[in-house]
Ligand binder design. Structure first.
Ligand SMILES: Nc1ncnc2c1ncn2[C@@H]1O[C@H](COP(=O)(O)OP(=O)(O)OP(=O)(O)O)[C@@H](O)[C@H]1O
Ligand SMILES: [Mg+2]
Length: 258
């Protein structure tokens, strides 16, 4: 539950292209950290290095260290599959398994383990859907396809699926960008609740959202197209939005570029 992330000297490549360079930061447990910055600066790439998803892309390669408490996720003998169980991910577009029921979508990760009885699965599915603030809306249609839900409901279903396996960390890449304002607020409220139990990192292009949901904000930027993205600064969200240390951060959050 809720572990500390400590990244040092991290580079990520696509083939020979260095997409992000020399990133170091820590993320405290039970906190929300927002990643902001212009398109192409490497936010998604960096996020995917935190659960060993980057290397799934052909040519994807990582250098450096990502510590989750005492364990280096890139250390020898670490199984990427178990890392992805510990560090869950929610994507920009809700991606429920289309042919599966609501129930099976939530239970999917648990069923891979194979060791749960039906009654245990029932409990975890209910708890996860409640945790994702979706239970009341779907409790009477658990056996209907997950793809039949609204976009906002599907995104909460994906969150339920992610938390069902009890990860330590939850990564979210623009989880609200395909949602209407009401669903967005529902997800933001949910993030506030989930941080009691998980360490959360969220990428967002919405400055108000970053200001509303996060404790810390990291600003990424790139000098020019083709150059690697870098972490410019990370600080308390309040400080980033009121009095950042770097001019480029101020320019970005006040809408002068990006
Ligand atoms: N699969 C890929 N193959 C090659 N290059 C890629 C790949 N995915 C991303 N890149 C490049 O890596 C850099 C960082 O991309 P990334 O998607 O991480 O940026 P981002 O900050 O998430 O942008 P956005 O805000 O648009 O989502 C960009 O130059 C991008 O073109
Ligand atoms: Mg992205």
């Amino acid at each position: 539950m809720a572990k500390r992330i400590d990244v040092s000297g991290l580079n990520a490549y696509y083939g020979s292209f260095l997409a992000i360079e020399d990133i170091s930061m820590t993320v405290e447990p039970r906190s929300v950290t927002a990643f902001i910055g212009p398109s192409g600066c490497g936010k998604s790439t960096f996020l995917r290095t935190l659960n060993r998803m980057h290397e799934v892309t052909p040519g994807g390669r990582v250098e450096g260290k990502v510590m989750l408490d005492d364990e280096n996720l890139y250390g020898a003998g670490i199984d990427p599959v178990s890392v992805r169980r510990e560090v869950g991910m929610v994507f920009q577009r809700p991606n429920p398994f289309p042919t599966m029921s609501v129930y099976d979508n939530v239970a999917a990760g648990l069923k891979l383990n194979g060791k749960y009885k039906k009654s245990q699965l029932d409990d975890i599915v209910e708890k996860s859907l409640k945790g994702a603030n979706l239970w009341n809306e779907v409790k009477d249609r658990l056996n209907k396809p997950g793809s039949g839900l609204s976009g906002g409901q599907q995104q909460r279903l994906c969150i339920a699926r992610a938390i069902a396996v009890e990860p330590n960390v939850l990564l979210m890449d623009e989880p609200c960008s395909a949602l209407d304002p009401i669903s967005t607020l529902a997800i933001e409220d949910l993030i506030g609740e989930l941080k009691e139990r998980f360490t959360i990192v969220i990428v967002t292009h919405n400055m108000q959202q970053a200001a509303r949901v996060s404790d810390r904000t990291a600003f990424f930027n790139l000098a020019a197209v083709g150059q690697p993205g870098k972490l410019i600064e990370i600080d308390d969200t309040e400080r980033i939005f009121s009095n950042p240390s770097v001019q480029a951060t101020e320019d970005y959050i006040s809408g002068r570029f990006g």
